[in-house]
Write a protein that binds this ligand. Structure first.
Ligand code: BTN
Length: 335
């Protein structure tokens, strides 16, 4: 397990700020109020995260290069300075599901901002009780702990914000505009690139927490995903024809989610702006859809997203509102 500890983060912040200059170890000892031994241990641990730090005997330390490992937790936390999410970041090589780790932390009272990452999930979970295949191979598996100050009625908006954030992040980083299917699937030519699962604990008038899990196929080939058992997958490597840095994608996603949750918490005007942004970018609107609910299957035309994030569908002339459902675009090839 790799974790960004306060000492490691403070040291990294200082070294990066001073680069290309060096920071005397005495200065680190003094400002952090810890022993030389503790500084040395923290530096070793930063190096284990593959961050390039040079030691200058009897003088100090110098930052030389960002990590070669793209999910270095301390580096990511450093990159997220000033953002409400990503504090702390926990990276685990293998785990059943990052959702479980984040939810347990939430139950133990951990404040909002925690992000749990894994290289592999043995029992990754999807929406509607499905499995999210999560082999090693360069994909992004992340769970974020949020404690949004909203009413439980608005919880679907957190889901929409997460999908929107991923779509915006891929567009701004790589000019890749994928289709955002309500509530928060990201598709490329009808194939699934990213799935999002939000699990919440709330009372009648208060949301205790939401754990939002993001599974994004980044560097694993579509062939390998299919071999692992994924159904109709797509991967960023196929779209971009090159590998992508998962950490940089995550940083952009977290910044955007944090901004969108800020809108959501700002009151009715913020909610209106969030929903308007979502409507502009949601490819479900205007499409012929098949809606699968616990009580059956409906066919109709998706007409609107409500201020609570529900989907309104015109089913044979009457408007039906779905707060949670599985939606399929009937002509998926258009996505
Ligand atoms: C979907 O069914 O589309 C949602 C998939 C969500 C997958 C992510 S991967 C990180 C987090 N951990 C899980 O077990 N699931 C979510």
């Amino acid at each position: 397990m790799q974790k960004a500890s306060p000492n490691k983060l403070a040291i990294l912040n200082k070294l990066v700020t001073a680069a290309p200059g060096m920071v005397p170890s005495g200065e680190l000892v003094e400002s952090l109020n810890v022993s030389r031994q503790a500084i040395w241990k923290a530096i070793e641990s930063l190096r284990e995260e593959t961050i390039g730090i040079e030691s200058l005997p009897n003088r100090g330390y110098r930052f030389i290069a960002p990590p070669t490992f793209d999910l270095s937790p301390t580096w990511l936390e450093h990159r997220l300075k000033g953002t409400s999410l990503g504090h702390p970041i926990l990276f685990l090589e293998t785990v059943d599901s990052t959702q479980e780790i984040a939810k347990e932390a939430a139950r133990q009272g951990m404040p909002a901002g925690l992000v749990v990452l894994a290289e592999e999930q043995r029992a990754g979970r999807g929406r509607m009780g499905r499995t999210w295949l999560s082999p090693t191979g360069g994909n992004l598996y992340a769970s974020l702990l949020l404690r949004p100050r909203i009413s439980p009625m608005q919880i679907q908006l957190v889901n929409l914000a997460a999908g929107l954030a991923v779509q915006m992040a891929l567009e701004s980083l790589f000019r890749v505009r994928c289709s955002l299917k309500w509530p928060n699937d990201l598709l490329w030519k009808g194939r699934k690139l990213c799935g999002i699962l939000s699990e919440t604990a709330s009372e009648t008038d208060r949301v205790h927490f939401a754990v939002t899990g993001i599974g994004l196929n980044v560097n694993m080939s579509v062939r390998d995903l299919i071999t692992a058992g994924a159904e109709n997958p797509c991967s960023l490597i196929e779209i971009r024809n090159e590998t992508s840095n998962r950490g940089e994608i995550l940083v952009e996603i977290l910044r955007r989610i944090s901004e969108l949750i800020g809108l959501l918490e700002a009151g009715p005007e913020g909610v209106q702006r969030l929903v308007a942004l979502y409507r502009q970018r949601c490819s479900t609107l205007g499409k012929e859809v098949r809606v699968l609910t616990d009580s059956g299957t409906d066919y109709g035309i998706a007409e609107n997203i409500t201020q609570d994030g529900a989907l309104e569908v015109n089913v044979q002339g009457s408007l039906r509102v779905y707060t949670a459902a599985d939606v399929l675009h009937v002509r998926a090839s258009q996505d």
